[in-house]
Design a protein around this ligand. Structure first.
Ligand SMILES: [Mg+2]
Length: 290
């Protein structure tokens, strides 16, 4: 059992590659979090691969490119993956040729259409209901899902991500995909067959698939124990949890050894070992973004 001091100790090494969650980790709402910009820039300066991995399916990677660039962190689209990408890929590999009903916003539907996935709102022909973080969810969509799964007994339920809510500045948030899954499971008495996002290991190949690295030498950095840290556990990566989003130090301390993050950070640039801060000339007070 580690103490709070041990858990919040500075990492002593650099990793081969860094995979970052975005909401609550790199930014919150429309603001970068303290230390995020200089950390990413320092890793890039050292030639260390950086990847961004989000469970949020309400934007496609091109929209994340625009968001990160707008925050002062220009990033090529190849370095970004989210559940729009991974859910599309999962359907093509696991449900080829089937008809899908996406309960989603436009980016997911657009990407399905581009990939040639057939979509329908007719419950008689739907094979797969895809639940997601959908701020346009309504009773009509629930009825279609109910009819396809329960009445016609033909569709299965899958989902883009397991998150309960998306964190916002000031401690607020928005209900996320877990609430849509729960609504459909409750009325159909069925179980979601697959949840594509973190912590499922399918997200790892989306993040690191183009790199020749061993996950055991890479680190997953994210604010959620249930998704980010659990994905590191499921894939043998190291893990680091900034306290800028959902999960807390007390929650991390409560976990058993296997599930606890390797590092808990009050600010994300503490991923750079202490000795290197002096070398680079960083202090907590001289981050230009704060
Ligand atoms: Mg997050």
């Amino acid at each position: 059992m580690e103490t709070a001091a041990e858990l919040t100790a500075w990492p002593e090494r650099l990793y081969e590659a860094y995979v970052f969650d975005m909401d609550g980790t790199i930014y919150l709402g429309d603001r970068l979090l303290p230390g995020a910009k200089r950390l990413i820039e320092e890793l890039r300066r050292r030639g260390i691969p950086v990847r961004f991995l989000s469970n949020n399916p309400t934007k496609d990677p091109e929209q994340y490119v625009a968001k990160l660039a707008g925050l002062g962190l220009p990033t090529p689209v190849e370095e970004i993956a989210n559940t729009v990408v991974t859910t599309t890929r999962w359907l093509l590999e696991n449900k080829p040729g089937l008809t899908v009903f996406p309960i989603s916003e436009e980016p997911l539907k657009r990407t399905f259409a581009k990939a040639g996935i057939r979509m329908s709102e007719n419950p008689e022909e739907i094979d797969v209901v895809v639940a997601s973080y959908d701020r346009t969810f309504d009773y009509r969509k629930l009825q279609i899902a109910f009819d396809a799964i329960w009445f016609h007994k033909r569709a299965v339920l899958i989902a883009t991500n397991p998150d309960r809510f998306c964190p916002f500045p000031g401690g607020r948030g928005e209900p996320d995909c877990a609430s849509i899954i729960a609504a459909i499971e409750a009325c159909t008495n069925t179980k979601c067959e697959m949840v594509v996002g973190k912590p499922d290991p399918v997200m790892l190949s989306a993040a690191l698939g183009d790199l020749d690295v061993d996950p055991a030498n890479c680190v997953m950095v994210g604010d959620r124990i249930m998704t980010d840290i659990q994905m590191a556990v499921n894939t043998g990566m190291h893990s680091a949890m900034p306290l800028t989003g959902e999960s807390t130090l007390a929650e991390a301390l409560d976990l058993d050894d296997e599930h606890r993050p390797d590092h808990v950070l009050d600010r994300i640039d503490r991923l750079i070992p202490r000795a290197m801060w002096d070398e680079i000339g960083w202090s907590e007070d001289n981050d230009p973004i704060v």
